[in-house]
Design a protein around this ligand. Structure first.
Ligand SMILES: [Zn+2]
Ligand SMILES: [Zn+2]
Length: 254
């Protein structure tokens, strides 16, 4: 199975090690036809994009690099955070309208928008220490992320189940309805196996990404491909499989 687009990479705009241009060159070296720049949304306490002006600088830089490297599609994206229990994400509508691709990841250590979100975040933080999430917490987490999928035009949910316990079967059902993919993340493939396996029979689409935080990892899909094979995922379900990309690229608006 050949994957020709890496739709989840980080740069120095959040906590990646390379510049946007470094990721683009790495993607070209790997023979990719598309790469998305998807740094962490500004709601993360430590590693998010700093300020809305940074989004505008990224957009301009990507447009400039698009002219410099016509052999590859460079997508302007973000890995947004969930910052409230009703699924609110940390990227305002006027930015969302300008993106080529919207990823959402459920992360810890985000700036909560309400007391309820603060409490949910604290419980998830504690569950990380004790290793016990419990049914009620899982249900609340699932409700928040499913609401986000219903409210926003999300292309993919990154690393579903990583760090924050969710019912991925329920998430998969909502994603299948909304046309949102679940990510087989190469950086965390092992941790995601059970969560992805639980979602498969919902018919949800999948996407294989590197989640590269350094240029040398851009286009490194090895662990994700192995997991896809173990899970028996057919190529037709994977939106960035080479044979499916022409359609997806148009959908992504580039
Ligand atoms: Zn993430
Ligand atoms: Zn990421």
């Amino acid at each position: 199975m050949r994957i020709t687009a890496d739709l989840h990479t980080h740069t120095t705009y959040s906590h990646g090690r390379g510049t946007i241009e470094d990721n683009v060159r790495a993607a070209l070296d790997r023979g990719l036809t598309a790469v998305a720049i998807t740094d962490h949304g500004p709601g993360h306490l430590f590693i998010g994009i700093r300020g809305m002006a940074a989004f505008m600088r990224m957009k301009q830089e990507i447009a400039r690099l698009g002219r410099k490297y016509p052999g590859i599609d460079i997508l302007f994206g973000v890995e947004a955070n969930i910052v409230d229990v009703d699924g609110t994400i940390d990227v305002p509508a006027y930015i969302l309208r300008q993106l080529d691709i919207l990823l959402v990841g459920y992360h810890k250590l985000v700036r909560p928008r309400s007391v309820a979100a603060f409490c949910l975040g604290a419980r998830n933080f504690l569950a990380g220490w004790t290793g016990r999430a419990g049914e009620d917490l899982r249900r609340r987490n699932t409700a928040a992320i499913c609401e986000a999928v219903r409210r926003y035009p999300i292309d993919a949910i990154t690393h579903p189940g990583l760090q924050i316990d969710i019912d991925t079967r329920e998430l998969g059902r909502v994603c299948a309805e909304q046309g949102t993919a679940l990510e087989i993340n190469s950086a965390y493939a092992k941790d995601l196996e059970a969560f992805l396996a639980a979602a498969l029979d919902t018919g949800v689409k999948l996407v294989i990404n590197s989640d590269a935080h350094s240029p040398d990892k851009v286009g490194d899909f090895a662990a994700a491909l192995q997991l896809a094979e173990r899970l028996g995922v057919p190529a037709g379900r994977i939106i960035n499989f080479e044979g499916n990309m022409g359609r997806k690229r148009r959908e992504l608006g580039s």
